[in-house]
Write a protein that binds this ligand. Structure first.
Ligand SMILES: NC(=O)c1ccc[n+]([C@@H]2O[C@H](COP(=O)([O-])OP(=O)(O)OC[C@H]3O[C@@H](n4cnc5c(N)ncnc54)[C@H](OP(=O)(O)O)[C@@H]3O)[C@@H](O)[C@H]2O)c1
Length: 311
């Protein structure tokens, strides 16, 4: 039996606490599918969890070493009720484990990858694409409304711009000077946050999608219309943004992305039809996952970072 190479968080701390380990190939339980992973997404939550922060760290603190990775795309190894060996699948894996060659996942959270969609694109979609979708849904964005998306160039932001635009909204998105062309190219009006405060560049927005949180999220409330709606996505500062918005009469909701295979199916179809573009900044071999964590935690990623599993 070939062994299963994984990259695990061995202790809370810096990227160097990620270590390669060999384990047995897992056995699928009832309702599960064994997947040979091709690519896994790297998300900010992976680095926050590794650093011992947030809900992720709370969940795993007693079960280290733990293998991160909530986004996977790969091939089904054995026939199961819903899938056949050889099917290409992708999904949002709540339990993590994507940073490894093999993974057992509930069949209920998996989507088939359509022809013409690469494993790389499919692995980019689960957390970032579903978060973008679910944030816009929670904000009840409607056609014709004005939406401001903070961090339009990031993993979630670049999908949120495209989905909001497709819904017929008028889309503004903040970014640095280096990402102005990229963000404009996705269909938004790019706002360079270093030039002047955002409220001097856009105001009276119906919806704010806050993908930065903290001071930046709080300051952006100044751009929101009196009866505007806000979804603040970073969980660590959500309570703070909700509290800051209360005296302003602005409704703010926090969220936690959930697997929704039917939404994933639609996202995959949009990619297949060329209606949603997937930006991949860099792909690292699994063995270079430490560098991927160094890079994701700069907060400067354009689009997505991926890990490629060894054969
Ligand atoms: N609650 C949930 O379920 C959930 C799900 C997914 C993500 N999240 C959280 O949501 C946040 C965004 O996730 P992500 O995957 O999109 O992160 P990401 O890909 O790491 O975001 C990087 C982007 O942030 C931009 N950025 C950094 N500082 C900025 C600022 N002050 N103003 C505007 N843009 C700024 C950068 O653009 P520039 O270089 O141009 O500044 C970069 O393109 C993270 O905190 C993540 O943990 C939460």
């Amino acid at each position: 039996m070939p062994q299963n190479l994984q990259l695990a968080i061995t202790a809370f701390g810096g990227p160097e606490t990620l270590k390669l380990q060999h384990t047995d190939i897992p056995e699928p339980q009832d309702g599960q599918v064994l997947i040979k992973v091709a690519f896994a997404g790297v998300n900010p939550v992976d680095a926050k969890t590794r650093a011992g922060l947030g809900w992720g760290a709370e969940k795993i603190k007693d079960i280290l070493p733990w293998v991160p990775g909530f986004d996977v795309a790969g091939v089904v190894v054995q026939d199961s009720t819903r899938f056949k060996a050889g099917d290409r699948v992708a999904g949002r894996i709540v339990e993590g484990g994507g940073y490894g060659q093999y993974l057992c996942a509930s069949a209920d959270v998996l989507s088939r990858i359509p022809d013409g969609v690469s494993f790389e694109a499919a692995a980019s979609l689960p957390v970032a694409g579903l978060t973008a979708w679910q944030a816009l849904e929670l904000a009840e964005l409607k056609a014709g409304e004005k939406v401001l998306i903070l961090a339009g160039a990031g993993g979630v932001g670049h999908f949120a711009i495209q989905l909001a635009k497709a819904q017929g909204a008028s889309v503004y998105a903040s970014c640095s000077a280096a990402n102005i062309d990229f963000v404009n190219g996705l269909g938004a009006t790019a706002l360079d946050y270093a030039v002047s405060p955002l409220e001097a560049q856009v105001n009276d927005v119906d919806v704010l999608i806050d993908l930065v949180g903290g001071d930046v999220g709080e300051a952006a409330l100044k751009s929101v219309a009196k009866n505007g709606r806000v979804v603040t996505v970073p969980t660590i500062t959500a309570d703070r943004i909700i509290a800051a918005a209360k005296p302003l009469g602005i409704d703010v909701k926090g969220m936690l992305v959930v697997p929704k295979p039917e939404q994933m199916d639609t996202l995959l179809t949009l990619v297949q039809e060329g209606k949603v573009r997937v930006e991949i900044a860099k792909t690292y071999p699994l063995e270079d996952g430490v560098q991927a964590h160094v890079d994701i935690q700069t907060g400067r990623t354009r689009g997505k970072l991926l890990l490629e599993m060894p054969e």
